[in-house]
Ligand binder design. Structure first.
Ligand code: PMP
Length: 402
């Protein structure tokens, strides 16, 4: 048999696809006992395991082979109704036809970016922001600019000043602004009501779209989340959420909500098919039986206890040497160290001691943020969280004392 000779020529891959692995990936190590405070994954005890098992077999038995076809059976339309009804809690009043189910909310970010942005268009993001969205905007060939957050979320006065200055000086204004309103990843903070209204007003005045990523909205430990930005400017917001944090990320179902116009444009990427219909059939069966409020209350009980364990360990082992806002929900605590600290300098040592975290620079689109670090309290249990923070403190003090 003859073989085609190996091709040694370099291939000119599309420049929009980076050659480097995605940021945020945990470091490789031979240790198997590392406490992964870097993982922004749900705790597997929160998965409604037995109920999902029943729902999967119910999906097959009650819906038959239709459940396995491109269009699915009754599941997809049940879910659109369910999501539209549930969204009323964020003051979102929509028809089921304004909901688009996607393969996780990550795909909704991609569809929205490709619908709203041409190559070279400007997208504004938060500093820090979610790196999964940043890499999607980059592959949509957007030009990125970032604006700081504080304890009340995105600093809208800075956004407003930049918009007015851009109009005055003829600089480009954004076509899209990406914001996480509740329990920010990585910041842990939520956007105040006043700022939500302000952002909606700015989107209308300057004619850009807000991409409102509300992945953590159900994970509220103290009080319910505020009305969505969408509710203040429904024609200029695409609202996103997901079942990844409330049911399980492995089912890969998220959604976008928007005007009929934007949703029908985003839907063209499916080419007549739908997102994971079999998952939709299973989740529909699940939601028909599962007492959802009870499920959410249980899950938030677990995450609240984890958050409390992390906060008390941080106070115990770091005292005043680290600053953070106590998150009212979600998965993350965002640590701010002294000005001269570079957290990337002790990632490896922390890892060798047995704990992982994500260093700050990875959450910014500009070279900044070295003194920050993201810890997740979602994935590990309380004892491991406590021990992980202790190991982190050992690594930190070894770094600063050096
Ligand atoms: N947005 C944010 C802010 C996230 O943290 C995540 C998950 N890490 C996603 C979107 C994507 O989630 P999924 O695709 O699983 O719905």
């Amino acid at each position: 048999m003859t073989h085609t000779p190996a091709n040694t020529q370099p291939y000119p891959f599309a420049k929009r696809v980076p050659a480097i692995p995605p940021i945020g990936a945990a470091q490789a190590s031979s240790r198997s006992d590392t406490i992964p405070l870097s993982f922004g994954a749900p705790h597997s005890d929160t998965f409604p395991y037995d109920a999902l098992n029943d729902a999967a077999s119910e999906a097959i038995l009650s819906q038959g082979r239709d459940a396995l076809q491109y269009a699915g059976a009754s599941g997809p339309s049940f879910l659109l109704d369910w999501i539209a009804a549930r969204s009323a809690r964020r003051a979102i009043n929509v028809e089921p036809s304004q909901v688009l189910l996607t393969y996780g909310s990550q795909q909704a970010i991609d569809f929205a970016a490709r619908t709203l942005l041409d190559p070279g268009d400007h997208a504004w993001v938060e500093a820090p922001t979610y790196f999964g969205a940043v890499s999607t905007f980059r592959t949509a060939e957007a030009v990125l600019t970032s604006f700081p957050i504080d304890a009340d979320g995105l600093q809208t006065d800075e956004v407003e000043a930049a918009l007015r200055a851009a109009v005055k000086t003829g600089k480009p204004i954004p076509k899209l602004l990406y914001v996480m309103p509740n329990f920010h990843n990585p910041g842990g903070v939520s956007l105040s009501l006043e700022r939500r209204k302000k952002l909606a007003e700015l989107a209308v005045e300057f004619n850009f779209f807000i991409l409102e990523d509300d992945a953590y909205t159900e994970l509220a430990f103290e009080e319910q989340a505020l009305p969505s930005i969408y509710s203040f400017a429904p024609e200029r917001v695409v609202y996103l959420s997901t079942f990844s944090k409330t049911i399980a990320p492995g089912i890969r179902l998220g959604w976008a909500i928007g005007s009929r116009d934007v949703i029908s444009r985003m839907n063209t990427f499916f080419q007549g098919s739908k997102a994971s219909v079999f998952s939709q059939e299973i989740v529909a069966q699940l939601l028909k039986k599962l007492p959802f409020e009870e499920h959410i209350a249980k899950l938030n009980g677990l995450y609240r206890a984890n958050r409390d364990a992390m906060v008390s360990a941080l106070k115990q082992y770091f005292g005043d040497d680290v600053r953070f806002e106590v998150p009212g929900g979600g998965f993350f605590v965002w640590l701010e160290f002294r000005e001269d600290v570079d957290t990337s300098q002790f990632v490896q040592d922390a890892y060798e001691r047995g704990v992982s975290f994500i260093h700050g620079k990875q959450f910014f689109v500009k070279p900044e943020g070295a003194r920050f670090a993201r810890l997740s309290f979602s994935y590990c249990d309380e004892e491991r969280i406590h021990n992980g923070v202790k190991l982190l403190a050992d690594a930190y003090y070894a770094y600063v004392d050096n």
